[in-house]
Design a binder for this molecule. Structure first.
Ligand SMILES: NC(=O)c1ccc[n+]([C@@H]2O[C@H](COP(=O)([O-])OP(=O)(O)OC[C@H]3O[C@@H](n4cnc5c(N)ncnc54)[C@H](OP(=O)(O)O)[C@@H]3O)[C@@H](O)[C@H]2O)c1
Length: 333
């Protein structure tokens, strides 16, 4: 494996898989060999449009001995069965967010991967962006002192192409699994801890998925966070991070490259304002592709940036909030 390119296959010939195909073509250590779909016509069209040599069925892709790693890019309800199929055929697996529908599924996948010594990761691609790495460093270097509070809003009117996936309970739609996962993952990543106290509230859509959800977290460090998410409301899509010696404005959550760093001496008087810019590649998926290729080359079974236990813990957190709302997907009954 050391000097060989990593051969990839994609399960799910949909929208996000196209962005991933583009990133895989850009990575020197990766080769995209095949795409699989439930519909062979969809697989063929995707292959043609995205320069993928082979279009095939799920069974064919996981049985292809040339393929090392499978990227699962189907809707949430299918992640578990698709990833399990790939792992059981000895493939390393990268699974789109939300990793699974619930923590039980996530734990099962983690167990199978561990038993078979295979790499497994949730595709929280933003964690690998240079802008995120810079922001995390600004925080950990103490530029704004001890972090006390995050305020995050993340909401859009969902574009028609994403509407079915986000609104259909049968596809495990809903704002928390689809969008809420990002600010939840963001705050846990920036703080390097998971919340110890969680309160949440939601408003359901007519189709019965969560449409506007608010989460309130308290972390072991004492830091608190408020998160507002929606797939049916344009929000400011911004983050404010407050510390004992200043605050950071991150005006373009989540791909933004600009941060405004305000400092003070623990008083109400602002001492300095600095704009910090950290550029990302226009296809930000390339960084997670690099991470997967690097980890697998080094024989690792998980990434230290998004370890599988953290994925499971965040799934548990989302399970807990859904339980509070009495929200189960039809196939979970
Ligand atoms: N990282 C990001 O920025 C980002 C952005 C958007 C979405 N996502 C994630 O990527 C995943 C896929 O999202 P997407 O927007 O690419 O989805 P999509 O294009 O709507 O669908 C992806 C695939 O899921 C299967 N599928 C979709 N609707 C189905 C239905 N009604 N019945 C049966 N199968 C269906 C199909 O797989 P087959 O082709 O195999 O039949 C389809 O090709 C989700 O986990 C989503 O949360 C990530």
């Amino acid at each position: 494996m050391k000097n060989k390119k990593l051969n990839w296959g994609i399960i799910g010939a949909g929208i996000i898989a196209e962005k991933m195909a583009g990133a895989l073509h850009l990575n020197q250590d990766s080769e995209l060999l095949a795409v699989a779909s439930k519909s062979i016509d969809r697989a063929r069209n995707f292959a043609e449009a995205n320069k993928v040599p082979k279009a095939c069925s799920y069974d064919e892709i996981v049985s292809n001995t040339d393929i090392d790693v499978i990227y699962v890019a189907t809707t949430h309800n299918f992640h578990f069965e698709n990833a399990k199929l790939a792992l059981e055929h000895g493939k390393h697996v990268l699974v789109e967010k939300a990793f699974t529908v619930n923590a039980k599924e996530a734990e099962t996948l983690a167990r199978i991967a561990k038993e078979r010594n295979l790499f497994l990761m949730e595709a929280i691609w933003v964690r690998f962006l240079p802008s995120y790495i810079r922001l995390k460093k600004i925080i950990s270097d103490g530029f704004i002192g001890e972090i006390k509070q995050f305020n995050i809003s993340f909401g859009n009117f969902v574009p028609p192409k994403y509407e079915k996936r986000l609104t259909d309970p049968a596809l495990a739609g809903g704002v928390t699994l689809d969008m809420g996962i990002y600010p939840i993952s963001f705050v846990c990543y920036m703080l390097g801890e998971l919340p110890s106290d969680v309160k949440s509230i939601t408003r359901f859509s007519g189709l019965g998925v969560d449409e506007i959800s608010d989460y309130l977290f308290k972390f072991p460090s004492g830091c608190m966070s408020t998160i507002n998410t929606s797939h049916k409301l344009l929000m400011k899509n911004a983050v404010m991070i407050y510390g004992t010696k200043g605050y950071i404005e991150y005006p373009d959550f989540q791909e933004g490259e600009k941060f405004l760093l305000h400092t003070h001496d623990g008083t109400n008087k602002i001492k300095s304002i600095e704009e910090i810019v950290e550029k990302n590649h226009k296809n930000g998926f390339i960084y997670q592709v690099e991470e997967v290729a690097k980890c697998i080359k080094e024989g690792k079974t998980e990434s230290s940036i998004i370890p599988i236990q953290e994925t499971i813990d965040i799934m548990k957190l989302m399970d807990g909030m859904r339980a509070e709302w009495g929200f189960r997907y039809p196939f979970e009954q």
